[in-house]
Design a protein around this ligand. Structure first.
Ligand code: FES
Length: 144
């Protein structure tokens, strides 16, 4: 069996939603301390719906495929859907990632959460702070 699914290869070679949103409502940037890869997500939010999303990822192929798939999964969806997007959902949508590459998908989940937190902060929207753990110090396995 090939190491990477066809969907991973497709989203790596032909990533969706690459770029920058100049007037984004929320921007999230996260990095993986171990590999040094960085992912940045831009959200445009209107009436609680994610009307546009773009990403820039300086990272491995799995990180690029994960960002691309994650943006597809939240585009046009309510903010609450994006907030509950897990890295597992991204991996499932990609038809799997090799075990040693699962952490790359965590970057996508964290970047989206970070962008949503930025949106809440900029708009003075009340939110449950426990939804946004401190990624630097969490026990989430991000750096593994
Ligand atoms: Fe760094 Fe994939 S190896 S995100």
């Amino acid at each position: 069996m090939a190491l990477y699914s066809e969907k991973v290869m497709d989203h790596f070679i032909n990533p969706r939603n690459v770029g920058v949103i100049e007037d984004a409502d929320g921007i999230g940037e996260v990095g993986n301390a171990r590999c040094g890869d960085i992912m940045k997500i831009y959200l445009k939010i209107d009436n609680d719906i994610i009307t546009d999303v773009k990403f820039e990822t300086f990272g491995c192929g799995s990180a690029i495929a994960s960002s691309s798939m994650a943006t597809e999964l939240i585009k046009g969806k309510p903010v609450s859907d994006a907030l509950s997007l897990t890295n597992k959902a991204v991996v499932d949508a990609l038809d799997g990632l090799p075990a040693h590459k699962l952490h790359c998908s965590v970057l996508a989940e964290e970047a989206i959460k970070s962008a949503l937190k930025d949106y809440y902060d900029k708009n003075n929207i009340e939110y449950d702070h426990s939804l946004f753990p401190d990624c630097e110090n969490c026990s989430h396995g991000c750096g593994e």
